[in-house]
Design a protein around this ligand. Structure first.
Ligand code: LLP
Length: 424
């Protein structure tokens, strides 16, 4: 099973650590996300090892999996966070991420979110346009606290990944071109309420090759150098973003050791520290989605396996065409192999977990396990079709613990009124 040891078979039955997945599903119902805490920590250690000589700040990209259990575990292990909204900032602070290890990214920060970041005294704001920087300066002035800033440079690198998750090319909405970045540092230096502290890039997600990261870093380093020359300001850090690919149906994982080596040699002799923003690479293989087979159905020459999880629970197959492994938790007693689409209950033809997959036909109620679902799984779940979002369990130190209860129907109505409003 994809997961590099997080999920393994014992006597034919899939387990997370010592805990059998069928027992966890029995207790907490399906659809259900299950995470391995040990695996998240192992990935964090491996990442640190790859960049060891640089001792980077690992600012975990909270958007990949913002479960409080995951955030808390990483915070206790010394990780910081990359947040992109006031909501993520709130979560990370509550989970115990120290504010001095939080960077605030995103192209559309509001004045209110900026104020929240300033109130918390976060490490820095990663600004993505001159207009955003001007607003940040005015909010900082009003609050009476200077804002530490890093400009997100668009390095003009076309990373080989899905077009929706590619962010470093010149026509992307992210970052600014190097000449504009230089201009922004000049004006930041002239503003008493902006303190330039870093430079950042992020070229996309699930990037398998080292080359685009190296090219982007070279551009960022050139911008930092120009900032020193033109504005006389020595920046403190360079942030190379996240996007480190994990192994999937399309290929192997990014060679982190090679990336670490190349980054180290490029940074040698510069007075800059390193920040990395991994999301997927820390949590993807640490999570699975458990779902039960409801029906087998034939339409024309197609066979559908209808399960109780759909695009509202796990959007990646529908939205990116992502191919995630699907296996039986207990393969014993299942039917003959067939070419099937695994589909959910949502009223959309685009609602599927897998297409044209060779799978044994499940007996009713059979438990299936969707792999590599720890990143951008629950985080992208929705209530479409008025479907309550799944529960989440974390297995850590030998114990399976419910870390988020399943939503109920009352949760679906929270904050709503009928018209006319019901009498109190
Ligand atoms: N830093 C920044 C500025 C980002 O925008 C992102 C991801 C990351 C770090 C973390 O990237 P990662 O290491 O997780 O690849 N929903 C998509 C992925 C969108 C990624 C958005 N930004 C998916 O399911 O593939």
């Amino acid at each position: 099973m994809t997961g590099g040891g997080a999920f393994e078979r014992r006597a034919g039955l899939l387990h997370c650590g010592p805990c059998p997945l069928d027992a966890i599903a029995e207790e907490h119902g399906t659809p259900l996300y299950v995470y391995s805490g040990a695996h998240v920590l192992a990935r964090l250690r491996a990442l640190r090892e790859a960049f060891r000589p640089l001792d980077p700040l690992v600012a975990y990209s909270a958007k990949a999996n913002s479960s409080m259990a995951v955030l808390g575990l990483l915070a206790r292990s010394g990780a910081g966070a990359d947040v992109v909204s006031g909501g993520e900032l709130f979560r990370c602070l509550r989970a115990g991420v120290p504010p001095e290890r939080i960077v605030f990214a995103g192209v559309g920060k509001t004045a209110r979110e900026m104020e929240e970041g300033l109130d918390a005294d976060i490490m820095s704001f990663h600004v993505e346009s001159a207009a955003e920087m001007a607003l940040l300066a005015s909010v900082a002035r009003r609050v009476g606290k200077p804002a530490r800033v890093a400009v997100r440079v668009n390095p003009g690198v076309r990373s080989p990944t899905h077009e929706y998750t590619r962010t470093g090319h010149a026509t992307a909405k992210f970052g600014v071109a190097p000449p504009e970045a230089a201009e922004m540092y000049r004006s930041a230096c002239a503003d008493g309420f902006l303190e330039p502290v870093g430079v950042c890039v992020h070229i996309g997600s699930q990037v398998r090759e080292v080359r685009p990261f190296v090219d982007a870093l070279k551009t960022a380093l050139a911008v930092a150098e120009r900032c020193r020359r033109d504005a006389g300001v020595q920046l403190r850090y360079v942030d190379i973003g996240g996007g480190f690919a994990v192994a999937d149906a399309d290929g192997a994982e990014l060679d982190l050791a090679q990336l670490g080596g190349e980054v180290s040699s490029l940074m040698a002799g510069r007075s800059l520290s390193l920040v990395v923003e991994p999301g997927r690479s820390l949590v993807a293989a640490a999570g699975v989605l458990l779902t039960r087979a409801l029906y087998v159905k034939r339409s024309g020459d197609k066979t559908f396996v209808v399960v109780d999880a759909g695009m509202t629970d796990f959007l990646r197959p529908s939205y990116y065409g992502a191919a995630h492994p699907i296996e039986f938790v207990d393969p014993a007693g299942q039917g003959a192999p067939a070419r099937v689409d695994v589909v959910g209950p949502v009223c959309e033809s685009g609602d599927f977990l897998a297409k044209d997959r060779l799978l044994r036909l499940p007996r009713p109620g059979a438990l299936l396990c969707v792999g590599a679902a720890g990143a951008y799984g629950f985080a992208m779940a929705s209530n479409y079709n008025s479907r309550p979002r799944p529960a989440e369990v974390m297995v850590h130190q030998g114990v399976a613990r419910l870390v988020r209860t399943r939503e109920g129907y009352e949760d679906l109505l929270r904050g709503e009124t009928t018209w006319p409003p019901a009498k109190q």
